[in-house]
Design a protein around this ligand. Structure first.
Ligand code: GAP
Length: 442
């Protein structure tokens, strides 16, 4: 289906201003793989930093981890991914396109986009067959005799196999959690919607280990905390909702699951999943590895396999959510002003420093100010073009503040601070700029 006009504008802005580029573009691109440019990498880093802060640094009961992407192949047998991480696939023998059998109703026939696959007179669809989404590679110097390993399709398994290592080295007690951010790979049949569904992406996952029987209560607690986190990013609360999974939607590992969904221009779609995984993963890893993974509870002098409540978010999806939520166009003095109205904590550039003109000591004063505040915030110096155009360039990438050194600065050491959303300007002392921004950015 064709992309919405808002998505078209956003994709074009992202390329033009250095947020997101298509991977290997000079070779024609690689399907549904994307690279983050200078502003995109800052945006995604801000998302990850906020998540890491909320989940690890601000809590005493969660430890961080950075497990390897490549894992022992038996991990994926134990996790159920070798047997069950598959989507039903149909091919069209005429146009050679591939579709998910369960999403035909949402797909467009490449030969006649107003129709669904199978509806055009020349369509010739195969019977559905199961297609495993894991990427395979070979470990070892000789391909034929090397062993097959997988690029992990989720980061969670790195947490399960390290659960005892973390427990023992950190001296945590149940209930406690392990969090990690890292790349995951899925050979999606129908990727799309820009960076929403890609074949290489980053997950921010946390597994919270609890006593059996306490899982339902912790599941509810984590649901509340995770929705609050999204709202604190400044996302429009009317565009966030819960989607509870009915029995037929539940993943193979889940006792209960809720998605947090956002209303994108292409419809309500999942940005994070909260799952009650019970003891599914630890039981399977204990069985397949033959290693005891039980927890000894000193208080009750009992041993048990903990239950797990998982929170699983995609950093790229949340970056897209922030871009969509922030994007607006408005008419100002007969011109269209494009704004990314990011929450200041998410904005890739926090403040721009602009000399009004390149003379009368303004560049020297502006450079001095820039060198001072860049020690604390991500800042940008721009001395090219009319001041109005420079403001617009900063609006378009979501910079909350523009600080301008003008003719008055040399006389009374004051500058103007322009606010992105209201476009109102305050006049403050040049020595007060760092404190002024700190107050509004932190
Ligand atoms: N460990 C559980 C798990 O991986 P999931 O619902 O398959 O659950 C969790 O994925 C999150 O990862 C999703 O909510 C989404 O934000 C992100 N995600 C999953 N597949 C993705 C893809 N192909 N591209 C981008 N993000 C993806």
């Amino acid at each position: 289906m064709a992309q919405s006009p808002v998505m078209d504008k956003l994709v074009s802005l992202c390329k033009r201003r250095g947020f997101v580029f298509q991977s290997s573009e000079i070779y024609g691109g690689l399907g549904s793989v994307w690279d983050y440019g200078p502003l995109g990498v800052e945006l995604k880093r801000n998302v990850k930093d906020r998540w890491w802060h909320a989940m690890v640094r601000a809590r005493e009961d969660i430890e961080g981890l950075d497990a390897a992407i490549l894992m022992h192949p038996k991990v994926w047998e134990a996790s159920g991914h070798v047997a069950g991480f598959s989507d039903p696939l149909v091919d069209c023998k005429t146009c050679k396109a591939r579709f998910r059998a369960d999403q035909i109703a949402d797909a467009a026939c490449p030969q006649k986009p107003s129709k669904h696959p199978g509806e055009h007179s020349t369509c010739s669809l195969t019977e559905p067959r199961m297609f495993n989404l894991m990427f395979k590679t070979v470990m070892g110097p000789v391909e034929e005799s090397g062993s097959v390993v997988y690029l992990r399709p989720e980061t969670a398994q790195g947490i399960y196999v390290n659960y005892l290592n973390v427990l023992q080295s950190s001296r945590q007690r149940i209930p406690f959690g392990i969090a990690q951010i890292g790349k995951a790979f899925r050979n999606e049949i129908t990727p799309g919607n820009f960076i929403f569904r890609t074949r290489e992406f980053e997950q921010m996952e946390m597994q919270f280990f609890v006593k059996p029987g306490d899982d339902a209560e912790w599941f509810e607690r984590w649901r509340g905390l995770r929705m609050a986190w999204h709202q604190e990013l400044g996302l429009n609360p009317d565009k966030l909702r819960w989607h509870p999974h009915v029995e037929s939607e539940l993943a193979h590992y889940a006792r209960a699951a809720y998605d947090i969904e956002y209303e994108f221009p292409f419809g309500w779609s999942e940005i994070e999943g909260i799952h009650n995984r019970g003891d599914f993963d630890l039981t399977n890893h204990q069985t397949v590895s033959g290693k005891k993974l039980e927890y000894f509870d000193q208080a009750s002098n009992t041993r048990y396999l903990p239950n797990v409540v998982e929170t699983s978010a995609g950093a790229d999806r949340i970056a897209l959510t922030l871009l969509v939520d922030a994007f607006r166009e408005e008419q100002v003095e007969g011109e269209t002003r494009t704004v990314l109205g990011f929450h200041p904590s998410i904005a890739p550039i926090k403040a721009a420093v602009l000399p009004l003109v390149n003379k009368d000591a303004m560049p020297e004063m502006a450079t001095g100010l820039f060198n001072d505040i860049r020690k604390k915030f991500a800042c940008f110096y721009d001395d090219g073009g009319a001041i109005g155009r420079r403001y617009r360039r900063m609006d378009e990438v979501g910079t909350p503040f523009c600080v301008t050194v003008d003719g008055q600065t040399a006389d009374d050491r004051t500058v103007t601070v322009r606010h992105r959303d209201s476009m109102a300007q305050d006049r403050i002392g040049i020595d007060a700029v760092a404190a002024y921004l700190s107050e509004r950015l932190t």
